[in-house]
Design a protein around this ligand. Sequence first.
Ligand SMILES: Nc1ncnc2c1ncn2[C@@H]1O[C@H](COP(=O)(O)OP(=O)(O)OP(=O)(O)O)[C@@H](O)[C@H]1O
Ligand SMILES: O=P(O)(O)OC[C@H]1O[C@H](OP(=O)(O)OP(=O)(O)O)[C@H](O)[C@@H]1O
Ligand SMILES: O=C(O)c1cccnc1
Length: 486
Amino acid sequence: MTATASPPAPSALFTDLYQLTMMQGYFAYGLHREEAVFDLYFRRPPFHGGFAVWAGLEPALDLLERLRFTGGDLAYLESLGLFRPDFLTALRGWKFTGRVTAFREGSVVFAHEPLLTVTAPLWEAQLVETALLNTLNFQTLVATKAARCVLAAEASPHGGQIVEFGARRAQGPNGAVSAARAAFVGGAVGTSNVEAGREFGLPLTGTHAHAWVESFPDELAAFRAYAALYPDSTTLLLDTVDTLRSGLPNALTVARELRAAGHELRGVRLDSGDLAYLSRRIRAALDTAGFPEVKIVASNDLSESVIASVIAEGGRVDVYGVGTQLATAGGEGGGALGGVFKLAQLGGVPKMKLTGDPAKSSLPGVKQVWRAVGEDGEYALDVLTLGGAPREGERVSDPTNPLRFSRLPGGLTWQNAREVVLEGGRRTGTPETLQQAQARARADLARLPEGTRRALNPHIYRVGLGDDVAGLRDRVAEALRAHTGA
Ligand SMILES: Nc1ncnc2c1ncn2[C@@H]1O[C@H](COP(=O)(O)OP(=O)(O)OP(=O)(O)O)[C@@H](O)[C@H]1O
Ligand SMILES: O=P(O)(O)OC[C@H]1O[C@H](OP(=O)(O)OP(=O)(O)O)[C@H](O)[C@@H]1O
Ligand SMILES: O=C(O)c1cccnc1
């Protein structure tokens, strides 16, 4: 089945109260139709990693296309006693009419580059900040975690796949469904979450639990009963009694019985103990018994580092079922992605937030993101400009430290990294499928310098400011300081 890309649109009230109070203010002071440009970006990749996998774009576009205030929404806002009748009346026909320029879903992206730019009347852009950040921060975070697990699994000489098992531990039902979607973008091949399967056409996958074994007189009876129901898709959980002494011999018995009846056991699952040691022992036993095609699935608090450790010890796991750590994007540097949405221009005038911390100041102006491809086809660096592609010899500076700069070498091909994906409030093309997004993530990850993909202390991929962006930032900052005397 082709995976579809979007869930049902959330309500226009899925926003922070201050967006609505500001909207009313823009309306009252006649600013609401001023053309605003907002950039969405993050300042640090998650998990102390070197990259992020951009996910959630199609649901975000869906939201922008479909967002309306219903009669019920307006009645609730009226009941708050904060909003004037003329403003509420104006919201009646409100819709998003702007433009969105963004990386395509699944792209590998980096800190400080605008991932998505909204150009729209000020009150429209302001309202959608919360929902856009919610959707894109979370899905990008989980897609990145999935990609880290996939990279770890694929480091095995025998290969390895990731499936998502996290619904029981995710942050609420919506979190679980979005996480399953994002995990697929990041490279997971399936999910156990049936609702996500229905909503997005994701491939469903699953084994059975310990309760199944405990519900029969003995383990062999339980294995036989499951295999009789699902003769072509049975994966048996081996550790309810004892993985090597009971689960393995019983699974071999059932594998032989299935084969005699014209079927094949699909797999076995390990859910405790040393997964490297057990998977090696079980692989050897299955191979010796004539079942080299039976897959070994492993689960139990897996993460990219556990997967790497299992592989480093010669483990023979074919499929890793990753639950809690994937759906909650856990681990060091995980938990949340700190993407922000900052005003870059209003009514044609560049805007910026200065603040005391240079790493937190925003970049004014309407920027383009250019990605350099080296002669070997690898991505080399990304550069922000106010227009065309960067030039050989041009000075590019570190976005957080103007004292760090370099000159662009030759031999690079420049790609405009983003596209206009929404114009006049409507998508510019048909929504992409999740398979397209997943394929893009895979292809992009393959083009990253190897050190940037590393899970631990990665090489930092360079994002630089072209001379024009740095110059504009310095001029706007200077004007702000002069104005305030700071
Ligand atoms: N070879 C390995 N290298 C690194 N970590 C591993 C390895 N094998 C298993 N682990 C991880 O070690 C952790 C604890 O495993 P342990 O064997 O103690 O679990 P357990 O005894 O089965 O616990 P429980 O049954 O409560 O889940 C799990 O997170 C598991 O994924
Ligand atoms: O990555 P995880 O979060 O471990 O997700 C998957 C786990 O979920 C199930 O067990 P569950 O955790 O419900 O019970 P268990 O700890 O007794 O195995 C399953 O057997 C896995 O161990
Ligand atoms: O199908 C499974 O094996 C499964 C599903 C969810 C959580 N743990 C395991």
